[in-house]
Design a protein around this ligand. Structure first.
Ligand SMILES: Cc1cc2nc3c(=O)[nH]c(=O)nc-3n(C[C@H](O)[C@H](O)[C@H](O)COP(=O)(O)OP(=O)(O)OC[C@H]3O[C@@H](n4cnc5c(N)ncnc54)[C@H](O)[C@@H]3O)c2cc1C
Ligand SMILES: *[C@@H]1O[C@H](CO)[C@@H](O)[C@H](O)[C@H]1NC(C)=O
Ligand SMILES: *[C@@H]1O[C@H](CO)[C@@H](O)[C@H](O)[C@H]1NC(C)=O
Ligand SMILES: *[C@@H]1O[C@H](CO)[C@@H](O)[C@H](O)[C@H]1NC(C)=O
Ligand SMILES: *[C@@H]1O[C@H](CO)[C@@H](O)[C@H](O)[C@H]1NC(C)=O
Ligand SMILES: *[C@@H]1O[C@H](CO)[C@@H](O)[C@H](O)[C@H]1NC(C)=O
Ligand SMILES: *[C@@H]1O[C@H](CO)[C@@H](O)[C@H](O)[C@H]1NC(C)=O
Ligand SMILES: *[C@@H]1O[C@H](CO)[C@@H](O)[C@H](O)[C@H]1NC(C)=O
Ligand SMILES: *[C@@H]1O[C@H](CO)[C@@H](O)[C@H](O)[C@H]1NC(C)=O
Ligand SMILES: *[C@@H]1O[C@H](CO)[C@@H](O)[C@H](O)[C@H]1NC(C)=O
Ligand SMILES: *[C@@H]1O[C@H](CO)[C@@H](O)[C@H](O)[C@H]1NC(C)=O
Ligand SMILES: *[C@@H]1O[C@H](CO)[C@@H](O)[C@H](O)[C@H]1NC(C)=O
Ligand SMILES: *[C@@H]1O[C@H](CO)[C@@H](O)[C@H](O)[C@H]1NC(C)=O
Length: 588
């Protein structure tokens, strides 16, 4: 057990309770709503906010987890890594697939705000080419980079960092919004690794792969730059703190029920119109039903959305029949094409005296840091442990392209990201001071799946990630390690790096190391994939309506037809903002 847990219990936060979050089904004043949203996560709360702008629309949000209020693990940015395996995590276990062949913890937020309440707050939109490819494969120009910009702006509220430093050379204000919902900021507490990484990048010059990029959210991200995070004034900004914030949660037409585990969506008639939503607050002992007169919106995320669809009889007929579930609508793409980015923790022992390990080893220091955060919202806890990022392409002449078509969306989009982290998070006790320079494959060609294990909706589904399941993926991960090494050999790191924790050099040694140690970025997508109207596969159409049925849309990360070249919370917010407009257009 970490020593911080005792501290967290001792800490008394002022009671921030606001508005009405219902805990008990019987506290709901009605059982008919215009819209029922399944999952009060990143996307679900965004849609709930926008639909309740119209006072005539009664909206119910059903969230399986509890309230985010006063949950310190979620509130303190630096604690994000500590949410893993905690009570606010679903604690799924995923199979990694045949190449890696071991089980891994697979976190998802089990709390209002969903994964936006437990993630590491990295703010990246994906590139222009990512969104133009979404528009292209769905046949809907509404998803293009230019056309999603109003939704980027509605989501983002750029705010100054807590330490008040001059940010002129750290981002490009012309590509940001200052009046949206969700706060975004730059680092409010600089560590040695942050400074060294930017210095090294600038020293390498503009012709280098490692050149400095002023703003990685402009649509073109190649290079290394300052990380941006969803943080407000030293605290996490999530869909719960922003879209369900104090100025919204009291809307009389907005209803939020916590501890409400949705089991199935029901079609009320033989015409495949989905109106009913079944839920339980006691693992199935008591089952309740609510109904939506206009639409049911499924926003349970990339793992639970296909699970709920399959529990409701929407999925592959053969799979459902084998489990004894009656098929309501045969839709074989449900749960298929799960796409996840492999990430390798690449740690270095450093001379710095300000890495995460200092506080892991020293309980007095940890207490001081928490007191500083609590008293003044300043100090090392105001940021996530990972900030600055780098974005690189494989060389155009790389031998792998003789065999594989380039899976990236275009020539200005990275294949590999390096996530620089001010700590190594090893189980070693006591750990040395470490930094991580973690290569991540942004455009994997392997696909996994989510399927039901049993017909009991309270059992976890089977998640198979199929990590590094192709030669392309392994090749790219090897190059990611080699690229990282090239960067870390910069003279700017002299006197900082003591030793590397990866010795492997040949292809075979690297493959062995990768297979034994690879993890994930926690960016699952594709399990309820959006395809063009005439595609005979996919789960939703470009308006996010489930194909072949009525009254049901999916609005969450599962609809993304490719994983973006970046982290997935911002694309999820963008999808939700546009979805709300599409829904309003249908009903207003
Ligand atoms: C540990 C971690 C770190 C991450 N770091 C980053 C990062 O730094 N930057 C970034 O951009 N992205 C990050 N991500 C990814 C990003 O957070 C997700 O892609 C995004 O939040 C997904 O949003 P969503 O709306 O699809 O799902 P979620 O936000 O997960 O929402 C789904 C909601 O549905 C609820 N739910 C599920 N099943 C049921 C049910 N049966 N009944 C009722 N409710 C249910 C869940 O409890 C949850 O609240 C991270 C993810 C994780 C898990
Ligand atoms: C998608 O891209 C291809 C290749 O660039 C192009 O031929 C096609 O017209 C595009 N389709 C749409 C719908 O934009
Ligand atoms: C911030 O720094 C820039 C140069 O990087 C300078 O031009 C500007 O005056 C500074 N702003 C303030 C408020 O000091
Ligand atoms: C590198 O590019 C940036 C932005 O394009 C420019 O401002 C800077 O002057 C360039 N630096 C050098 C050394 O050419
Ligand atoms: C489907 O059935 C529902 C409930 O009986 C009804 O309200 C709706 O009009 C029907 N829709 C169509 C398209 O027939
Ligand atoms: C998975 O995605 C590919 C396109 O990348 C598509 O051709 C295939 O049909 C999809 N599979 C299913 C089961 O939907
Ligand atoms: C950490 O190192 C810096 C120099 O890099 C030094 O100024 C500082 O006093 C050190 N802090 C501690 C707590 O040792
Ligand atoms: C632990 O941290 C405290 C507070 O910063 C400091 O005074 C003390 O010297 C540290 N102990 C060790 C063993 O480094
Ligand atoms: C945190 O701050 C509150 C007041 O805002 C105070 O009551 C509490 O004691 C503080 N806790 C710690 C550990 O400093
Ligand atoms: C930021 O936090 C500080 C300390 O808690 C508080 O005084 C200040 O009002 C907050 N600012 C904003 C913009 O919320
Ligand atoms: C790719 O091109 C670069 C020069 O641009 C060259 O140095 C390198 O050897 C080439 N690599 C391969 C695999 O051909
Ligand atoms: C699937 O169910 C079996 C039997 O109940 C259980 O042993 C196994 O752990 C479950 N698998 C997952 C991934 O939950
Ligand atoms: C790396 O190699 C050195 C020297 O051969 C060895 O001492 C060290 O234990 C190796 N480290 C790892 C992580 O294998």
């Amino acid at each position: 057990m970490f020593q911080w847990s005792a501290l967290v219990l001792l800490l008394l936060l002022p009671q921030l309770s606001h508005g009405i979050l219902l805990e008990k089904f019987n506290d709901l004043k009605r059982d008919k709503f215009d819209f029922v949203i399944i999952g009060g996560g990143t996307a679900g709360n965004t849609v709930a906010n926008r639909l309740t702008e119209n006072p005539d629309h009664h909206v119910l949000v059903l969230e399986a987890g509890g309230s985010n209020e006063n949950v310190l693990l979620s509130i303190v940015p630096d604690f994000c890594v500590k949410t893993l395996g905690s009570a606010i995590d679903w604690n799924y276990v995923a199979q990694s697939g045949p190449a890696v062949n071991r089980d891994m913890e697979y976190p998802r937020g089990f709390i209002l705000g969903g994964s936006s309440s437990i993630n590491c707050m990295v703010y990246t939109r994906g590139t222009r080419e990512d969104w133009d490819r979404y528009a292209n494969v769905t046949g809907d120009s509404g998803w293009s980079w230019d056309n999603i910009q109003p939704y980027v702006r509605k989501n983002e509220r750029f705010t100054p960092p807590v330490d008040g430093h001059n940010t002129t050379e750290e981002f490009d204000p012309s590509v940001h919004s200052f009046d949206g919902m969700n706060s975004v900021t730059l680092s409010g507490f600089r560590h040695e690794v942050d400074t060294r990484v930017i210095q090294a990048s600038k020293a390498m010059g503009n012709d280098s792969d490692f050149r400095f990029v002023l703003d990685m959210n402009s649509g073109n991200h190649l290079g290394i730059g300052f990380g941006q995070s969803t943080v407000l004034n030293g605290t996490r900004s999530s869909s719960a703190t922003s879209y369900l914030g104090p100025q919204f949660i009291n809307r009389p037409n907005l209803h939020v029920l916590l501890h409400a585990h949705v089991t199935r969506i029901l079609s009320t008639a033989k015409n495949l119109t989905f109106r009913g939503v079944e839920l339980s607050q006691d693992s199935g002992a008591t089952v309740h039903t609510v109904s939506a007169t206009k639409e049911v919106i499924l926003s349970a995320g990339s793992i639970a959305t296909p699970q709920i669809l399959m529990n409701s009889g929407i999925g592959d007929r053969k799979t459902l029949t084998n489990l004894g579930i009656q098929t309501v609508h045969h839709l074989p793409s449900v749960g298929q094409n799960l796409t996840e980015q492999p990430l390798l923790s690449y740690n270095w022992v450093v001379t710095a005296n300000d890495t995460e390990e200092e506080a892991t080893r020293n309980v007095t220091l940890a207490a001081e840091q928490l007191k500083q955060w609590n008293d003044t919202r300043s100090g090392p806890l105001v940021d996530a442990p990972g900030l600055n990022l780098g974005w690189f392409r494989l060389p155009a002449n790389a031998s792998i392209f003789e065999e594989f078509e380039d899976p990236s969306p275009g020539p200005n989009t990275a294949h590999i990201e390096i996530q620089f982290v001010n700590g190594g998070f090893t189980p070693e006790n006591p750990p040395p001071n470490l930094i991580g320079t973690n290569p991540t494959l942004l455009c994997p060609t392997s696909r996994g799946f989510v399927t039901l294990n049993t017909s009991n909706p309270f059992n976890h589904p089977i998640i198979n990630l199929n990590l590094v399941g192709t030669e392309f993926d392994l090749f790219a991960m090897r190059e990611g390690i080699r690229n990282t090494r090239r960067f870390m050999a910069s003279p700017s790191f002299d006197g900082f790096i003591v030793s590397s924790t990866i010795n492997a050099t040949t292809d075979d040694e690297l493959d062995e190391y990768i297979k034994a140690n690879v993890g994930v970025a926690e960016h699952p997508t594709g399990t309820a994939m959006m395809t063009s109207r005439d595609a005979d596969w996919g789960v939703v159409d470009p308006d996010l309506k489930v194909k072949g049925v009525r009254g049901l849309r999916v609005v969450d990360a599962s609809v993304l037809p490719f994983v973006p070249a970046g982290h997935t919370q911002v694309p999820t917010y963008i999808i939700a903002e546009r979805a709300a407009d599409l829904i309003k257009t249908t009903w207003d």
